[in-house]
Design a protein. Structure first.
Length: 554
């Protein structure tokens, strides 16, 4: 409590004889900026708020705008982005009253970052980036123009507006040797990779992504490097390099966790800052709205100092608990955002892997059936012809014929296992009925109930996906459920295919559910999500399990 009052004393208890000048305020702001750059946020916020209070007394719009902006960048670094956004907006109000294009360019860029990366309001983000570039071009600051165009290009590409961002990308490539450092080269090479990927020039895209990773590692900019890892993993999955895609997806996940931990540490070290700044804000508002001159302020403030300190002590506890609640909310919000990105990457990698497996399954089945099986049949026919022309075929010929027949049957069975002939020829419902019949035995019976015309056909890829999903769920019943009866039901409602799979096995309770969600179930969930469907498991211990699949018909 004493600490809070001590921070407020510089605002409350000015010396009556102190002369406030622009030079002194600017010096105070320079010190605040230096402390911000060195992660001394508490000191920086104290200095910038003191500078703000003095700037308000002088009614200097430029210094007021600068002070608000410095407060904003401190909160930005502390991941308190709503606070940062508030102070950036306040800064812009006063900056618009000045002719300082450098200041306006900075503030518009800061607001654009929050609109684009935090609020996901991409249209406003682009508008603010373009306004930032407009003011920066007015002062002909070429190094800053380079950075503004980098942000604009990134924004366009993130929205898949590659043609709109192409001119800025050309500018960046032209002047990169003059203005780019390792951090900007990380993003620039990633943008070139994204554009090459858009043009389907995959070898060139891969080179740019790898260069981006190299620069990202050297620059030690964790956020930039994590974005590169994420985009590169999606590119690898798109080009069916699934093992590498998983590797870089994992690197993205690990680096994101590091960033999250860094933010936790940074926030923990600076707990209490928000409280002090809220008190500063009230005092500054009082200065701005109540007092018309410095002389009046000193006289009125000295008479009310004791009362204000008492009020601060009374309200400080309430504000502290408010800050604590806000900080918890920010922490969980940030954590949920990271989790959402991780889940999206994992789901994309799983779906890309399954697509690759199904594609290879179809290719292998086709080769086995159309080529190898045909060759074995041809060889068998030649042996039969040879046998008929020979009165007493040798034992070796008979054994060879037997081996060829055996190999032919095994190749045919393997081909049908990889891609069931009933599924290809007659469709999903014939294949599911056959699947239930084949898996039924003396230990368990699978019944199939179907209200749909059995000759109904859907898109081939759609049928294959659902067939192998149901096949994997049946295997799970055989391996784990200890059931002796299972029923599979298919119906169509509202242009959606409903598949229900029930068994009378051992089941499980809610506490066991997470442990039962193994890799296979997670793959199925990812597959159904990719088909824009629903996947629901309900179960009770010793009362069996029910699985429901609902997917839009393709």
């Amino acid at each position: 409590m004493f600490k809070i009052c001590w921070y407020l004393l510089p605002i409350i208890c000015y010396s009556q004889n102190e002369v406030v000048t622009e030079q002194k305020i600017q010096k105070l702001l320079n010190q605040a900026i230096e402390n911000w750059k060195n992660d001394r946020y508490e000191t920086s916020l104290k200095q910038s708020n003191l500078a703000l209070s003095k700037a308000l007394l002088l009614k200097d719009n430029k210094l007021i705008a600068k002070s608000y902006n410095v407060i904003g960048v401190n909160f930005d670094d502390l991941f308190l982005l709503e606070k940062a956004f508030f102070y950036y907006q306040k800064s812009l109000i006063f900056a618009k009253k000045t002719e300082d294009d450098t200041l306006k360019g900075k503030i518009y860029n800061n607001l654009a970052n929050i609109y684009f990366f935090e609020k996901k309001e991409y249209k406003k983000g682009l508008e603010h980036y373009q306004k930032s570039l407009f003011h920066t071009e007015k002062i002909a600051d070429t190094s800053k123009i380079f950075l503004r165009k980098l942000n604009i290009t990134w924004a366009f590409f993130q929205e898949n507006q590659f043609s709109n961002g192409k001119s800025s990308l050309d500018y960046l490539n032209k002047y990169q040797k003059k203005y780019a450092d390792e951090s900007t080269l990380t993003i620039l090479n990633m943008l070139n990779g994204m554009y090459s990927e858009y043009l389907n020039d995959y070898p060139k895209a891969a080179q740019f992504y790898q260069k981006a990773i190299k620069f990202g590692i050297n620059s030690n900019e964790k956020f930039d490097l994590s974005v590169v890892y994420y985009n590169y993993s999606l590119f690898l999955a798109k080009t069916k390099q699934f093992k590498e895609a998983y590797t870089y997806g994992k690197k993205f996940e690990d680096l994101t966790n590091q960033i999250q931990n860094d933010s936790k540490i940074k926030t923990a070290k600076n707990t209490g800052i928000n409280l002090e700044v809220e008190e500063y804000k009230r005092e500054i508002a009082t200065i701005a709205s109540t007092f018309k001159t410095k002389e009046t302020f000193w006289m009125e403030q000295q008479a009310q100092n004791k009362k204000k300190v008492v009020l601060i002590i009374v309200f400080s506890l309430l504000v502290f608990f408010l800050f604590y609640a806000v900080s918890l909310h920010e922490k969980y919000k940030h954590k949920d955002k990271i989790k959402e990105i991780q889940n999206k990457v994992q789901q994309n990698i799983i779906n890309a892997t399954i697509d690759g497996q199904e594609s290879e399954r179809m290719k292998i089945a086709t080769v086995l059936h159309d080529n190898i099986s045909a060759l074995l049949s041809s060889a068998g026919m030649h042996l039969n012809v040879f046998s008929t022309t020979t009165q007493t075929p040798s034992e070796e010929i008979l054994k060879t014929k037997h081996i060829l027949d055996d190999a032919h049957h095994k190749v045919r069975d393997l081909s049908h296992e990889l891609m069931p002939s009933l599924l290809v020829r007659f469709g999903l419902f014939f294949a599911l009925e056959d699947l239930c019949e084949k898996n039924s035995n003396s230990n368990i019976k699978f019944d199939y109930s179907n209200t749909i015309d059995i000759e109904t056909r859907f898109d081939e890829t759609f049928e294959i996906k659902l067939y192998f999903i149901v096949s994997e769920l049946i295997n799970n019943i055989l391996k784990h459920s200890k059931a002796n009866y299972s029923k599979i039901e298919t119906i169509i409602e509202d242009q959606q295919l409903h598949i229900t799979i029930q068994d009378n096995g051992k089941g499980f309770n809610d506490l066991q559910k997470n442990s039962t969600d193994g890799y296979g179930i997670n793959r199925i969930k990812a597959r159904i999500n990719n088909m824009k469907g629903e996947f629901v498991i309900t179960s009770k211990k010793n009362q069996g399990t029910t699985i429901k699949l609902v997917v839009p018909i393709v």
